[in-house]
Design a protein around this ligand. Structure first.
Ligand SMILES: NC(=O)c1ccc[n+]([C@@H]2O[C@H](COP(=O)([O-])OP(=O)(O)OC[C@H]3O[C@@H](n4cnc5c(N)ncnc54)[C@H](OP(=O)(O)O)[C@@H]3O)[C@@H](O)[C@H]2O)c1
Length: 314
C-alpha cells in the first residue's frame, strides 16, 4: 500500500508559518491584504472563494471581496483591476476561474501588475517562470543563508501558480527526489500542467507533457517515476497505466453525481501499485490555498523591504 501524501497536514504547517509572518508585519503596522474577485456563480469558484476567505481569516490576512454578476462587462472588470493594482492595502489579487464564457480570462490576468499576481498567471509571471527568474529560484539554488537571501530580494517580483507550486512543495516535503527522475504530466493548461512542467524542468527532472491528442497515453504514463494528472476526468488513471513504485499526484477535482469529490486517479487500484499517492480530497487542494497565502505574505514583505532606503542602497 502506498504512502499517503497528506496535503492537509502540510497546508496547516504552511498556514501556521504564514500566520506568524503576518503577525510580525502587524507589529510594524502592516496589514496583509488579499483581493478576491468572483464573477458569476460557478459552483466550484464559489466553493474555492469561500474556502479562501476562511483561510485568510485564520491566517490574519484581510480579504477584500469583489463579487460581481456574470453580466458585468470586461471594461468594468479592467477598471476594478486598475484600482486594486494601485491600492496599497492590497498585496495580491486572485481572480476565481473559470470566468463567464463571454470574457477572455487572459485580458484580465494580464492586467494584474506582476507584483500582485499572486497566482502567477499573467504573461509576465509566466515568462519569468519560463526564464527561471521567479521566486522558484529561491528553492532551487542558494546553498548558504546569505546566498538565499540575496536571491530572494531581486527574484520576488513575480509569483508561481499556486497549484503546481503546491505539488512541488508536497513532493519536497515528503523528500521525493525530483532531480534526474522522469516526471509525466497529463494536462497542459496554463494554470496547472504547463507551469508544473517548467517547475519540474527547473528541478532537473526529465519531463513529458501529455494531453488529449497524446497518441498512446499508457505508453507515456508507464514510464513515469512521478506521475501527475490534471485533467478533470474521473478515473482516467488506472493501475495498468502506472509503473510499480511510482509517485502519483492527483490534481484533478471531479464532482460526482452523488455530490462526492474524486480525482483523476482510481485511488483504490493505483494505491496498491504506487509507492506514494495523494488522496482527493486532502492532497493537492489544501496546499494550493496555503501557497496562495504564502505568496500574499511574500508580496507584503517585499513591499516593506523596498520601502526601506537601506535595502535599496544595499
Ligand atoms: N487541486 C487543486 O487545487 C486544483 C487547482 C486547479 C485545478 N484543479 C483541477 O485540476 C484539473 C485540471 O484543471 P485545469 O484548469 O488544468 O483544466 P483544463 O484547463 O480543462 O485542462 C485540462 C487538461 O487535461 C487534458 N485532458 C483532458 N482530458 C484528457 C484525456 N482524456 N487524456 C489526456 N489529457 C486530457 C486537456 O488536454 P487538451 O489540452 O488537449 O484539451 C488539458 O490540457 C481539474 O479537475 C481541476 O478542477 C485542481
Amino acid at each position: 500500500m502506498a504512502t499517503i501524501l497528506d496535503g492537509r497536514k502540510l497546508a496547516e504547517e504552511i498556514k501556521a508559518d504564514v500566520r506568524k509572518e503576518v503577525e510580525t508585519l502587524n507589529k510594524i503596522g502592516v496589514d496583509v491584504g488579499l483581493a478576491l474577485l468572483l464573477v458569476g456563480e460557478n459552483p466550484a469558484s464559489v466553493q474555492y472563494f469561500r474556502a479562501t476567505l476562511s483561510a485568510c481569516k485564520k491566517a490574519g490576512v484581510t480579504a477584500y471581496e469583489f463579487v460581481l454578476p456574470a453580466t458585468v462587462t470586461l471594461n468594468e472588470i479592467l477598471n476594478l483591476v486598475n484600482k486594486i493594482n494601485t491600492d496599497e492595502r492590497i498585496h495580491g489579487l486572485l481572480v476565481l476561474m473559470p470566468l463567464p464564457r463571454h470574457m477572455n480570462p487572459r485580458r484580465i490576468t494580464n492586467h494584474i501588475v506582476p507584483e500582485k499576481d499572486i497566482d502567477g498567471l499573467g504573461a509576465i509571471s509566466v515568462g519569468r517562470l519560463a526564464a527561471d527568474e521567479s521566486t522558484f529560484q529561491l528553492f532551487k539554488k542558494g546553498t548558504t543563508d546569505s546566498d538565499q537571501q540575496s536571491r530572494f530580494i531581486p527574484s520576488i517580483w513575480s509569483f508561481l501558480p499556486c497549484t503546481p507550486f503546491g505539488v512541488i512543495r508536497l513532493l519536497e516535503h515528503h523528500k521525493v527526489q525530483i532531480r534526474g527522475r522522469h516526471a509525466v504530466i497529463i494536462g497542459k493548461s496554463l494554470a496547472v500542467g504547463k507551469p508544473l512542467s517548467s517547475m519540474f524542468l527547473a528541478k532537473e527532472a526529465t519531463v513529458t507533457v501529455c494531453h488529449r491528442e497524446t497518441a498512446n497515453l499508457t505508453a507515456m504514463t508507464k514510464q513515469a517515476d512521478i506521475l501527475c494528472s490534471a485533467t478533470g476526468r474521473a478515473g482516467l488513471i488506472k493501475a495498468g497505466m502506472v509503473k510499480k513504485g511510482a509517485v502519483v499526484v492527483d490534481i484533478g477535482i471531479n464532482v460526482l453525481k452523488n455530490g462526492s469529490i474524486t480525482g483523476d486517479v482510481d485511488f483504490k487500484s493505483v494505491s496498491k501499485k504506487a509507492s506514494m499517492i495523494t488522496p482527493v480530497p486532502g492532497g493537492v487542494g489544501p496546499v494550493t490555498i496555503a501557497m496562495l497565502l504564502e505568496n500574499t505574505v511574500r508580496s507584503a514583505q517585499r513591499d516593506e523591504l523596498f520601502k526601506s532606503p537601506l535595502i535599496l542602497m544595499g
